[in-house]
Write a new protein. Structure first.
Length: 153
């Protein structure tokens, strides 16, 4: 199943990028995420593994945590935005809660299990956003060990 490619940056992707920049300013990894329900942001987050010394606080996980408990029917109407292709762990949470749509800022610097997620019925849109790519390329070049730790290498 092919994914959609979109070249327009909407306000929700901009919000996810703001989260990524916040994480970077805190000394963390610049990945951000927002959860959208009924055209409103109901959760925001960014990668906080470094800041909190956490093995699981990737941007999508932080975003879901900050959204709080939602009803199953709400997750099934939601869209999650992430500045970077979600990893196995974050993709698992997306599948667990049956979030039907994921908008990915970029998947050039890292690509999670996109084909598997799509095979489970999730609609992916890849924005291929230059700002998202630049953020990650600069971070990876400056902090390769921290990046490798984040992706389990």
């Amino acid at each position: 199943m092919p994914h959609e490619v979109c070249t327009l940056k909407d306000s929700f992707l901009t919000a996810a990028i703001e989260e990524a920049r916040m994480g970077l300013s805190e000394g963390g990894i610049p990945i951000g995420s927002v959860l959208i329900l009924d055209d409103e942001i109901v959760g925001r987050g960014h990668n906080r593994r470094v800041q909190r010394g956490s093995p699981v606080l990737h941007a999508e996980m932080d975003c879901l945590e900050n959204a709080g408990r939602l009803r199953a029917s709400e997750y099934r109407r939601a869209t999650i935005y992430s500045t970077l292709s979600p990893c196995d762990m974050c993709s698992g949470a997306i599948l667990l809660y049956e979030i039907p749509r994921v908008v990915i800022g970029e998947n050039r610097t890292f690509q999670g299990p996109e084909s598997y997620v799509q095979s489970r019925g999730v609609r992916l849109t890849i924005a291929d956003d230059p700002e998202c790519v630049a953020l990650m390329k600069a971070f990876i070049a400056e902090h390769p060990q921290l990046w490798n730790e984040d992706i389990g290498v």
